[in-house]
Design a protein around this ligand. Structure first.
Ligand SMILES: CCCCCCCC/C=C\CCCCCCCC(=O)SCCNC(=O)CCNC(=O)[C@H](O)C(C)(C)COP(=O)(O)OP(=O)(O)OC[C@H]1O[C@@H](n2cnc3c(N)ncnc32)[C@H](O)[C@@H]1OP(=O)(O)O
Ligand SMILES: CCCCCCCCCCCCCCCC(=O)OC[C@@H](O)COP(=O)(O)O
Length: 298
């Protein structure tokens, strides 16, 4: 090959990372893309590394500890400060069903922040097919449901209800059934409430504050920020029967919607921001900061 061409090529190769770095610092959409890609890569990498360790134990809820440990560092990498309110409400003697609002995959960060011991999430079946991520989820005892086959899903829920009592197992459900970045919550699916009534265990609602201060897929914005997680008082189901489920669902949704509305109004901007390990955060002090623009647009 022509030595001059080789030299040019080498220069090009050296300049590429520099150009990417500059773009990362100065282009919020590029930064958004990188951060989302890194989030997914992190999960795939950790699932690949830790699944063999988890496999030594076999399928067990104890592997949820590994899953937690794998996801807990993410908040430091992204500079997301997690504030948990009323976490003592999660300290109950027996098993329970947690219901939580579902905005984005980022919810995993909030979930691992508060998820108690011996608690597994219910997830869509599609996650099983994500290679080592699916394997890691299966090994951690995550319960999979096929959202398109109601009868099969109801069957899984019935089996989960007896496992909850026999194995002292709590369950985490996103009752909206899908991700919802909107300002209010979607109508709730009833599975979580049937589960709690069948197992005769309490429901503990958890509300994660909106991400729009620091994360918006539409605006391709992903900066550092603060996220508040609030645990609401438990709702007992002792003595309730399937006919009570619609009312139960509505009253829990109502309580969560009120908490979400309240949390949407309170301002995080006066909080100290954690410096993200993944590069520049946002200048939260400036009145022209993106947080303000995002808020005023809402
Ligand atoms: C080892 C280390 C490794 C480290 C690496 C890390 C890797 C980590 C990566 C990842 C971590 C994990 C990530 C987890 C997070 C995933 C999140 C998701 O996937 S969210 C999606 C799935 N969740 C749901 O869909 C909610 C649950 N769904 C339901 O509860 C639904 O209710 C469902 C599917 C059971 C049925 O849905 P319908 O669409 O048909 O709607 P409906 O309105 O609820 O029900 C229709 C009728 O059926 C009755 N029904 C529902 N459930 C029933 C039941 N259990 N028993 C009896 N009747 C029931 C209802 O009462 C209703 O009937 P009437 O209208 O009341 O007459
Ligand atoms: C073969 C290897 C393929 C690797 C592919 C990369 C996949 C990256 C793994 C990221 C997994 C993160 C799990 C996030 C959990 C989540 O948030 O799931 C969404 C569902 O709740 C609702 O789904 P939807 O109804 O689609 O909104």
């Amino acid at each position: 090959m022509d030595p001059l061409l080789l030299l040019l090529l080498l220069h090009g190769l050296l300049l590429l990372p520099l150009a990417a770095l500059l773009l990362y610092r100065h282009s919020p959409p590029f930064q958004f893309l990188c951060k989302v890609a890194f989030f997914n890569c992190w999960i795939v990498a950790l699932a690949t590394l830790l699944s063999p360790v988890a496999a030594l134990r076999g399928r067990s809820v104890e592997n949820m500890r590994l899953l937690r440990a794998a996801l807990l560092p993410l908040k430091h990498l992204y500079g997301i400060r997690m504030r948990v309110r009323d976490s003592e409400l999660l300290r109950l003697p027996g098993p329970f069903v947690i219901v939580c609002n579902h905005q984005a995959s980022l919810d995993l960060m909030g979930m691992v922040e508060v998820i108690p011991e011996r608690c597994v999430p219910i997830a869509k079946r599609e996650l099983l097919y994500l290679g080592t991520v699916g394997w890691a989820c299966w090994l951690s005892g995550i319960i999979f449901i096929d959202r398109c086959r109601r009868d099969a899903a109801i069957e899984v829920i019935a089996r989960t209800a007896s496992a909850m009592r026999q194995e002292n197992l709590s369950v985490w459900v996103f009752p909206e059934g899908t991700r919802n970045p909107g300002k209010s919550m979607l109508p709730f699916k009833r599975g979580a409430f049937h589960l709690a009534v069948q197992a005769q265990v309490p429901i503990v609602p958890i509300v994660i504050s909106p991400y729009w201060d620091f994360f918006s897929p539409e605006e391709k914005r992903f900066t550092s920020g603060t996220c508040t997680i609030r645990v609401l008082p438990r709702v007992e189901t002792l003595g309730l029967s399937p006919k009570d489920v619609p009312k139960l669902t509505e009253s829990v949704r109502q309580a969560m919607a009120e908490a979400l509305a309240e949390m949407s109004m309170s301002d995080h901007r006066d909080q100290d921001m954690e410096q993200p390990l993944l590069g520049p955060g946002e200048d939260r002090g400036s009145p022209q900061g993106q947080g303000d623009t995002a808020r005023s647009r809402k």
